[in-house]
Design a protein around this ligand. Structure first.
Ligand code: SF4
Ligand code: SF4
Length: 77
C-alpha cells in the first residue's frame, strides 16, 4: 500500500514551520491565497519527499497528514 502526503489547504495558516523543518526542502509557501486569506504550503518537489512526517508533527494546525492510499480493488478472484 502506498503512502500519500496531503496538505489540507483550508486548515493551513501559512506559518512556514513545515517548510523550515522539512529535511528535503520539499515544501514552499504558495503565491496565491486560500479562501481564508492565507498563503498555504504546498509540495513544490513531491518527488523528493521521504514521508518522514516531520512536517505533520510540526504543523500547529494539523493540516498535513500522511495516509495509506488503498490500491484499486482487484477484479480477479
Ligand atoms: S514528510 Fe518529511 S520529507 Fe516529506 S514534506 Fe514532510 S518533512 Fe518534508
Ligand atoms: S506548518 Fe501547517 S499551518 Fe504552517 S505552513 Fe505548514 S501546513 Fe500550513
Amino acid at each position: 500500500m502506498a503512502l500519500k502526503h496531503h496538505i489540507e489547504v483550508l486548515r493551513c495558516k501559512g506559518c512556514g514551520l513545515c517548510v523550515a523543518v522539512c529535511p528535503k526542502n520539499v515544501l514552499e509557501i504558495a503565491e496565491e491565497v486560500n479562501t481564508k486569506g492565507y498563503f498555504p504550503a504546498f509540495q513544490a518537489r513531491p518527488q523528493d519527499c521521504i514521508l518522514c512526517a516531520l512536517c505533520c508533527t510540526m504543523c500547529p494546525d494539523v493540516a498535513i497528514t500522511i495516509t495509506e492510499e488503498k490500491e484499486p480493488a482487484s477484479t480477479e478472484r
